[in-house]
Design a protein around this ligand. Structure first.
Ligand SMILES: O=C[C@H](O)[C@H](O)[C@H](O)COP(=O)(O)O
Length: 224
């Protein structure tokens, strides 16, 4: 199977997971990226059966509207029953690195508002230790060089993702050569650097359910 076929398989599995819960007042949280896009495309079939969705990026908001789903404000949506999103890396504890598409801040905010985070990923995203994928950090532009110097002190090789401006008007630094032994502790450490808006470690609030696309089918892991 190709990587795209594996992504499609987990998008199908996520639809099966949430479909029984779609009611007229249901608001879903929706992630960003190629896997989330496949989920959005499938969700379009159910437009009208539920109230709408909160998007984690302008790109996902547009795609949701294109398939006929109402896009709602997070501030007036309360607690969401589900947040469905992909990942750049995920480990056995369902902790993740996210932000390859620069949407990490809004993703983390919408995920924080959800009762259940369903991570959908092809098997290549599963790792024993987080950090092979460069860890994205969203920074306030004027703090970029300062934050980069602090990241070097932590052992990372920070590279400015040139030309990328986030939906929040900020910039991205990617941390290379940064194997992460204690994801929760590192998430907190990175958050404490002045000028950091968000880091791409989703450890304190990881996923609750992982739907992982393998050659022999979708593997489901649920922590809660
Ligand atoms: O900022 C982007 C997000 O964190 C994505 O969820 C992540 O990069 C995975 O994207 P994809 O499904 O395209 O691999």
């Amino acid at each position: 199977m190709t990587q795209d076929e594996l992504k499609a398989a987990v998008a199908d599995a996520a639809i099966k997971e949430i479909e029984p819960w779609l009611e007229k007042d249901t608001v879903l949280g929706i992630g960003t990226g190629s896997t989330a896009n496949l989920f959005i495309d499938r969700l379009g079939k159910f437009a009208g059966r539920f109230k709408g969705a909160v998007a984690s990026s302008d790109a996902s908001a547009k795609r949701l509207k294109d398939v006929g789903i109402d896009v709602l404000e997070l501030n007036s949506s309360g607690t969401l029953p589900f947040y469905v999103d992909g990942a750049d890396e995920v480990n056995a504890h369902l902790q993740m690195i996210k932000g390859g598409g620069a949407a990490l801040t809004r993703e983390k905010i919408v995920a924080a508002c959800a009762e259940r985070f369903i991570c959908i990923a092809d098997g290549s995203k599963y790792v024993a230790q987080l950090g092979h994928f460069p860890l994205p950090i969203e920074v306030i532009p004027m703090a970029r060089s300062y934050v980069a110097r602090e990241l070097v002190k932590l052992g990372a090789e920070p590279i400015y993702r040139e030309g990328v401006v986030t939906d929040n008007g900020n910039q991205i630094i990617d941390c290379y050569d940064f194997m992460i032994n204690d994801p929760k502790a590192m998430e907190a450490t990175l958050n404490s650097i002045v000028g950091v808006v968000t880091n791409g470690l989703f450890a304190a609030r990881g996923a609750d359910v992982l739907l992982l696309g393998r050659e022999d089918g979708v593997e489901r892991t649920a922590l809660r």
